[in-house]
Design a protein around this ligand. Structure first.
Ligand code: ZN
Length: 181
């Protein structure tokens, strides 16, 4: 095996899921509020370490589980929407679509995510960013590529992937310095 070698680890456990309500909204179209049992899978590509691991499965599972738990049984709202006005008033969140349609939800039942649409694609990118943060905080070793898929329903998933960057390297150094203190 003289050529380049490539390894990745894949985590796709039944418990890596979140049940959430959402609706897609963009200019001229809004879905009705509904829910999905979202399933998350994570693939981490990297160099094989001296211990024979790319990354410990346990580290990936724990990081992903924390991210899923933070979304489980909430209504997901896209805070960066271009057609929804989202206003927090006391214990409530008031959401108004461009046609005047209005929802009022308890603040405690809602997660406001920095996304434009709560599509599986944008959720996959958000979840990947959060898994990245959790992996770095956990001191996971550098990887080369992190891929996250979010499925809304069986056989229907969106995938986002990002390669290891200087941004990741500096965050890893900062996390390491933080733990050393
Ligand atoms: Zn949906």
């Amino acid at each position: 095996m003289g050529g380049p070698q490539r390894f990745d680890v894949f985590v796709g456990k039944e418990y890596l899921k979140f049940n959430a309500a959402h609706f897609i909204a963009y200019r001229g179209f809004r879905e009705r509020l509904h829910g999905h049992n979202y399933q998350v899978t994570v693939r981490v590509e990297g160099e094989l370490g001296a211990d024979g691991y790319v990354v410990d499965f346990g580290v990936v599972k724990r990081a992903t589980k924390r991210v899923c738990e933070a979304l489980d049984e909430y209504t997901i709202l896209p805070a960066a929407s271009d057609c929804l006005s989202i206003v927090e008033t006391g214990d409530s969140v008031e959401v108004t679509y461009e046609d005047g349609t209005r929802f009022v939800l308890p603040r405690s039942d809602v997660v406001l995510l920095p996304i434009v649409h709560s599509s599986a694609e944008e959720l996959a990118r958000y979840v990947a960013g959060r898994v990245r943060e959790e992996l770095l905080a956990d001191g996971a070793r550098p990887w080369t590529r992190l891929e996250v898929s979010v499925s809304e329903t069986h056989g229907q998933a969106a995938t986002f992937a990002a390669t290891w960057s200087e941004h990741d390297a500096s965050a890893a150094r900062a996390a390491k310095a933080g733990r050393a203190r």
